[in-house]
Design a protein around this ligand. Structure first.
Ligand SMILES: NC(=O)c1ccc[n+]([C@@H]2O[C@H](COP(=O)([O-])OP(=O)(O)OC[C@H]3O[C@@H](n4cnc5c(N)ncnc54)[C@H](O)[C@@H]3O)[C@@H](O)[C@H]2O)c1
Length: 357
């Protein structure tokens, strides 16, 4: 039997992984305890998405286990053992602002939880491929030291800089920079995942996400940028832009395209590799450009205000360079551009909120 085990399976990336892999594996095991609701309140609950997976995919089996607790993980790994061929580890505390509220919780989910998963992998199914959803926050605020210029709607990198053409590559330092506590706990996890590949020779891969997005995000104010923005566009709820004149740039990758990267990696894994994974030059926007697009797609004027203070350590300009991944896996490419992604988020969000699409 071939099994894929997905942590954070009711979240954005986890649920996309379940859908993507359901016809490629005999069984999809999901681990998610809806801790996202504890982090972000009702907006963040992923229960609706877990129900959807259970209804839509007959080979999906859900476990409400906590990745912080080995005693809850071990029975699952004991039961399925070497039938587990792929682990997608996407459970996390994903917000840098939230991490400062409860550093113990953040670290235990992001760092210790990842160590727990790696040990389960090593002890019960050492040949399985392990994919970790890391983050561009491992680079801390180093990107803010790049030579940036201000244009009418966005910050942009100097045209003469080597990052101008394709964005930021994996050689940017992750050291001696301000990460936020979230970034620090993800660095710990990121380096552990690399180490299990390099030290133990296991098939571990690190994917450092830019903004990950898609229709199945439970967008909340502190996490899920485009999903929450579109929710505000539809409902008329107030949205606050924090700092940088609203010209901060993020690259956005649709969850399908990211999981398709995992699929390519799974078929030909390279131990301990690190890849930047985002929308790159193909799909990126500033905050005010995103607002304009949301207004256009929803047909509503957004209700937003500007607060001078930026989020601590927030990136001013971040665009991922995917050249390395594309070189290793030339069969992969993006399938969604920004407008298509936002239109899809709009339609599914309108349905979820019971409003006309
Ligand atoms: N969304 C982004 O913009 C973004 C950007 C970069 C990196 N990432 C990383 O990608 C991964 C997936 O992000 P996402 O947007 O899908 O997050 P998400 O919050 O939508 O999904 C994570 C899921 O994990 C679950 N979870 C959290 N703690 C758990 C625990 N202790 N035990 C079991 N389940 C638990 C949550 O309930 C949630 O359903 C995370 O590692 C995140 O740090 C996300």
């Amino acid at each position: 039997m071939n099994i894929v085990l997905v942590t954070g399976s009711a979240g954005l990336i986890g649920s996309e992984s379940v859908a993507f892999f359901s016809d490629k594996f005999d069984l999809v095991i999901g681990v998610d305890n809806n801790l996202r609701q504890y982090f972000f309140g009702a907006d963040g609950s992923t229960e609706w998405n877990r129900d959807r997976l259970q209804n839509d995919f007959s080979n999906y089996r859900h476990y409400k286990a906590d990745i912080r607790k080995v005693e809850e993980l071990e029975p699952i790994f004991q039961e399925y053992g070497t039938d587990i061929k792929l682990i997608v580890h996407a459970a996390a505390q994903p917000s840098h602002d939230w991490a400062a509220r409860e550093p113990f919780t953040d670290f235990s989910v992001n760092a210790t939880g990842t160590l727990n998963m790696l040990e389960m992998n090593r002890l019960h199914c050492p040949d399985a491929v392990f994919i970790f959803t890391s983050t561009n926050k491992v680079y801390g605020d180093n990107p803010n030291n790049l030579p940036l210029i201000e244009t009418e709607t966005r910050w942009e990198i100097d045209h003469n800089h080597p990052y101008f053409e394709n964005g930021i590559d994996e050689f940017m330092s992750i050291d001696q920079t301000k990460h936020s506590l979230f970034g620090a706990s993800k660095v710990a996890a990121d380096v552990l995942v690399q180490e299990y590949g390099r030290y133990f020779g296991m098939k571990t891969g690190v994917f450092r996400g830019g903004c990950l997005t898609g229709p199945n995000h439970s967008g909340a104010q502190l996490h899920g940028f485009l999903s929450y923005l579109m929710k505000c566009a539809i409902t008329g709820n107030h949205y606050t832009i924090f700092g940088y004149k609203g010209k901060q740039v993020r690259d956005n990758i649709h969850s399908y395209d990211l999981v398709n990267m995992f699929w390519h990696y799974y078929q030909n894994p390279r131990s301990g590799e690190v890849y930047n994974a985002g929308g790159g030059r193909h799909a990126n926007c500033s905050m005010i450009e995103a607002i304009a697009l949301c207004e256009e797609i929803s047909g509503n004027k957004m209700n937003y205000s500007y607060s001078e203070t930026n989020r601590i350590g927030d990136h001013i300009w971040y665009v991922s360079d995917l050249t390395k991944f594309k070189k290793h896996y030339p069969g992969w490419d993006w399938t969604y551009d920004l407008r298509q992604t936002l239109e899809q988020i709009h339609d599914s969000m309108a349905k979820r909120l019971n409003q006309p699409a």
